[in-house]
Design a protein around this ligand. Sequence first.
Ligand code: DUR
Ligand code: ZN
Length: 294
Amino acid sequence: MHSRFHTAFPALAENLQAALAPLLADADFPAMLSAEQVSTLLNATGMDEDALAFALLPLAAACARTELSHFNVGAIARGISGTWYFGSNMEFLGATMQQTVHAEQSAISHAWQRGEKALASITVNYTPCGHCRQFMNELNSGLTLRINLPGRTPHTLGDYLPDAFGPKDLEIKTLLLDEQDHGFTLSGDALSQAAITAANKSHTPYTQSPSGVAIECRNGRIFSGSYAENAAFNPTLPPLQGALNLMSLAGYDYPDMQRAVLAEKADAPLTQWDATVATLRALGCQNVERVLLD
Ligand SMILES: O=c1ccn([C@H]2C[C@H](O)[C@@H](CO)O2)c(=O)[nH]1
Ligand SMILES: [Zn+2]
């Protein structure tokens, strides 16, 4: 089992530990559960889905990287496909607070990068902050997304975000997790192609500045992240954060990074280049390239 779970795992209910042990024995456990794995866990524990999601939150929170706050938030996003995706917050020493990834963003970006088409619910161990409520209001599930919090009855995003501001105020109809393909041609090596693929699915209805980042680890594994804009602009998730999030959830650490590529347009109104290089440099990765989309 990966060391990130060593403290949280023994505190889980024994029947849950027994059912999870074979999954976590895989060193490459991707911090997600297929519908089939979820039903195995439901049968083994006798829990219902909501109780199981709550029971698993300590494992999601154990994936957090909180070098500033030491406040670990865990989230589990449930896709309409039946797959469950873990998420956890990430803070970056030597960067800026604005680079932080919240656990809810992490779980949502995780689901999106893995090809999930829409979310049914999200379970979190703390009440979502205003920024996360706004981030979630970009999703194609809209205000009907179910939010499950400890000690509260389930409510919808609409309950947690009354009088919501969102994409429709800016007359935007393509929402986060909707299938999108900006159609840029793949070129270059596998890492460049992964960055372009991520840029092709990015959600950028407000500025038309598609971008994607791909990170290559020393063992050859590649993790990519797509840019996810938000109607309120500031809750936007940059592409580097999407890639770092997938990498970290999969159990990799910053020193594992050996190279990164940012794919973006030369003439777009926004650029991710400076922020991407600065954050990667703070994490010890100097080897960053930019490929231009065309
Ligand atoms: O909804 C929330 C609120 C806070 N945090 C994180 C952000 C930061 O890393 C830490 C302290 O705010 O908790 C989340 O992940 N989700
Ligand atoms: Zn938040």
